[in-house]
Design a protein around this ligand. Structure first.
Ligand code: NIG
Ligand code: FE
Length: 412
């Protein structure tokens, strides 16, 4: 028996389909539209009158109240965390410095302690709840990084929790990233030699075991003045590439030490943060088609100036917007909030922001059937209780979602 198609109608559809885009309409908008979905896949999408002619009367129909967009794709999160960093946040409100707090054993290492004490089940439960809250905000795909276990047992625990949470009902699609170099765990020491030895252990031991168990699709490294050097990251990422992982990098969050160039050299799918990046770094990224993942919540929390968005446009670097959800620099789970700040603080257009959280975000995760509403794509979509795409960046701090489908199934 062939699967029965159903239809969603809406007054306004943002397709994000490049085949429909024009300079005046970069989002490929269709007014009074209909989407036909069969077995979790979009089989057709277009003006309602045209669809009705082509498909006759589809028996099952849902009328969306307003705007429909592709499901949002959050391409950078540290979602599998537990514990709380409220005292650290308080200290930073009183003038404390993020890098100094980390150096003194707080920051990432304080979440490391909470993660090491927690069971896989506890982390899975925290992550599953977080994924459900993200779905309620319109998110249908979430990249989840490890990076808070730091030793092998702790990192594996996070990666196993990601795998388990991804199986829970009504969750977004999950893409797992092994954040192999995030911070140096205190037990290995604190100098450059300890850092290099740690990177070697990851490159020559731990990576292949993560690959063997199929625990992650991407490997990430935090390259910065108080994190890992280009040399350490290159050793790990070269090996990761050999093992078949896709690559992403935290680059230029506090200082430009050449992370953007390294991302380009290794063919990473993204370089993320980039508050500090040179034109040369951006040129290299544009040439190698490395997307820039912008994280406006983190830079706001850290009181940083925006990344050089105008240079990214001029040099042809494609932009992604993500939440960075984490307990230190981005205390949020809201990708719509990141979109609001990308527009308000970074000066992205509404179209750039929306493409950055749909089509471009999906491309940065290597997902070819996600992020666009057109024939053959996964039926991931958000029906908003909003009349127009420009309204998505206005209702801060609240969900304006009517319903959310992942592969044709309601998840919120
Ligand atoms: O993306 N920059 C490093 N990693 C995270 C913050 C992690 C934390 O403070 O827990 C980030 O901002
Ligand atoms: Fe991050």
């Amino acid at each position: 028996m062939s699967p029965i198609p159903f239809a969603i109608t809406c007054p306004r559809l943002v397709t994000c389909d490049p085949a429909r885009a024009t300079p005046a309409d970069p989002l490929g908008v269709i007014d009074d539209a209909m989407i036909i979905i069969t077995d979790g896949i979009v089989t057709d999408a277009g003006p309602r009158a045209e669809m009705e002619q082509r498909w006759g009367s589809v028996a099952m129909r849902t009328e969306a109240p307003g705007l429909v967009t592709p499901g949002l794709v959050d391409a950078h999160t540290h979602a599998p965390w537990v514990g709380s960093r409220h005292l650290e946040y308080q200290a930073r409100l009183e003038g404390g410095d993020y890098e100094a707090i980390a150096k003194a054993g707080g920051g990432i290492v304080s979440t490391m302690r909470a993660v090491r004490e927690a069971s896989v089940e506890t982390i899975t439960s925290a992550l599953t709840k977080r994924l459900h809250r993200m779905a309620a905000l319109g998110v249908t795909t979430v990249e989840c990084k490890s990076g808070y276990g730091l030793d092998e047992a702790g990192e594996n625990k996070q990666l196993e929790a990601i795998r388990a949470a991804a199986q829970a009902p009504r969750t977004p699609r999950v893409v797992a990233t092994f954040l192999a170099l995030h911070a140096l765990p205190p037990e290995v020491g604190a100098d450059d030699a300890a850092r290099a030895a740690y990177a070697d252990d990851v490159a020559h031991g731990r990576l292949s075991r993560v690959a063997q168990h199929g625990l992650a699709r991407f490997v990430d490294a935090y390259v910065d003045r108080s994190a890992f050097s280009i040399a350490d990251a290159r050793r790990v990422l070269v090996r990761a590439k050999e093992l078949g992982f896709g690559l992403r990098l935290h680059a230029g969050q506090f200082a430009d030490i050449g992370g953007a160039q390294l991302a380009a050299e290794l063919g990473a799918l993204s370089a993320d943060h980039l508050e500090h990046v040179s034109d040369a770094g951006l040129e290299a990224m544009a040439k190698a088609n490395v997307r820039a993942v912008l994280l406006p919540i983190a830079s706001m929390t850290l009181k940083q100036a925006p990344p050089p968005v105008e240079a990214m446009r001029r040099l042809g670097v494609r932009m992604v917007v993500a939440s960075d959800a984490n307990p230190g620099t981005a205390p949020t789970e809201s990708l719509p909030l990141a979109l609001a700040l990308a527009v308000r603080n970074y000066g992205l257009t509404v179209a750039e922001a929306i493409l950055g959280a749909t089509r471009e975000a999906a491309a940065s995760l290597g997902l070819q059937a996600v992020g666009v509403i057109r024939h053959g794509m996964a039926a991931d979509l958000v029906a908003w209780d909003l009349p127009h795409e420009a309204a998505i960046v206005q209702p801060w701090g609240t969900s304006r979602v009517a319903f959310v489908h992942r592969e044709g199934q309601a998840i919120a």
